[in-house]
Design a binder for this molecule. Sequence first.
Ligand code: FAD
Ligand code: NAI
Length: 475
Amino acid sequence: MSKSFDVVVIGGGPGGYIAAIRAAQLGFTVACIDEWKNDKGGPAPGGTCTNVGCIPSKALLQSSEHYEHAGHAFAEHGIDVKGLSLNLGQMLKRKDTVVKQNNDGILYLFKKNKVSFFHGRGSFAQAAAGGYEIQVTGTASEVISAKHVVIATGSNARALPGAAFDEKLILSNTGALAIESVPKKLGVIGAGVIGLEMGSVWRRLGSEVTVLEALPTFLGAVDEQIAKEAHKLMSKQGLGINLGVKIGAITPSKKDVTVEYVDAAGAAHKAVFDKLIISIGRVPNTIGLNAEAVGLKLDERGFIAVDGDCKTSLPNVWAVGDVVRGPMLAHKAEEEGVAVAERIAGQHGHVNFNTIPWVIYTSPEIAWVGKTEQQLKAEGVAYKAGTFPFLANGRARALGDTSGMVKFLADAKSDEILGVHIVGPMASELISEAVVAMEFRASAEDIARICHAHPSLSEATKEAALAVDKRALNF
Ligand code: FAD
Ligand code: NAI
């Protein structure tokens, strides 16, 4: 007799493992199948996010920022550092330790919540009476049965035609997080989130970084004023950002890789890089699911087709996270995982797409929620804007990081907050206040009337809200 479960989750990234835990909390018998292997071949649940995404990138961003501060910022604080040197091996080892702590944490959570974990690939065997049979192929092979299936198989890096990832010279995010010696010249194709975060890491560690972006605008999805400020600050730091380029042939040799491209002015270039990161977006991963066996529908871009509730074309089969439409963000995947588990339990799981925050963990950080000014203009919405620079914030001065600003966009009539955009120190933490406010449909005045601790960066948020009515106090 095969083992049978109320809910079987395929994929143990943030979408899958969170769905499994929430389903177990709701009283279901739950299995989670994940195939990710650590360097010893053992289980490493947590998906892209934990293994080659959010967590290791933030570990390296933190370490490289410490290195840059020790080299360039400490002196101003009266701290003289002599004999500063980089131990890249230790930096990468620490990153791997942080990843393992997260892998182990998820295995512990599975035990605590009585989720049965299967290390291997899960694929549809067939529909069976009242559910589905799922083939697990790993160290052992077995078939388990499920009343409900949640697919959370994530995404993979998109390759450029003719430039397959070898993870030695041509790197996806996986290779970009594990370069063993600092490349003298690093090329990055795509000035999106990964390109800017990974470009920042290696620039801080000493690489000369050239970023090649196809679009003529920098961070087109970001509020224009914020993107412009970020562009200025990152260029000043030495990140070589080239917009509007057309990539031609990419030719790896034994030691380096040549990229031919035409710049925005039409001039042809041949650049030679020691390493090349390609970060031009990600594609949904349905490899090995055997979706055809049960007739699961994909959309025209290869995502699993789902409705607003994450229901697929098949009864009792759900899909969440990067493998379905919407932003490819860990917290979006988690919210969908929770909502699906609750819907399976007959509850009203809910994900508010209007209040999903975005963060780019460069220095300064960029974070936003809601509409940009260009979106509001395009939609013909009458709005008021208020900005406040960190230059006028006491805590930012004390920190020694006064770059950037907070910007509020509020409805011209009702004053409801429509968007909040931040470029500056700790933007990733500051944005939470805006998310809460928008979730409660607060007005800019609500934030302006709340007492914020002094001195704190969050005072810049209050001041930007005050600035919506042209009554900022400190600027
Ligand atoms: P994944 O995390 O991709 O997990 C899918 C899991 O399913 C994997 O473990 C995979 O091995 C497994 N799997 C696939 N097929 C099968 C199968 N058939 N059987 C068994 N297992 C299977 N997002 C943020 O919100 N914040 C960040 O700071 C951030 N930083 C990022 C940095 C980088 C470099 C990258 C690449 C991404 C980053 N992201 C970030 C995006 C984030 O990683 C993804 O949005 C998130 O991981 C999606 O979660 P998921 O559960 O849908 O899929
Ligand atoms: P992205 O979509 O953020 O950026 C890709 C960039 O590549 C775009 O600017 C695009 O115009 C450009 N591009 C596409 N084709 C090109 C070509 N042929 N030549 C030159 N440029 C080209 O994708 P990225 O950076 O790969 O990241 C994938 C996703 O992972 C992100 O969209 C995000 O959802 C997630 N992520 C989130 C992070 C966070 O939340 N902090 C961090 C890293 C990734």
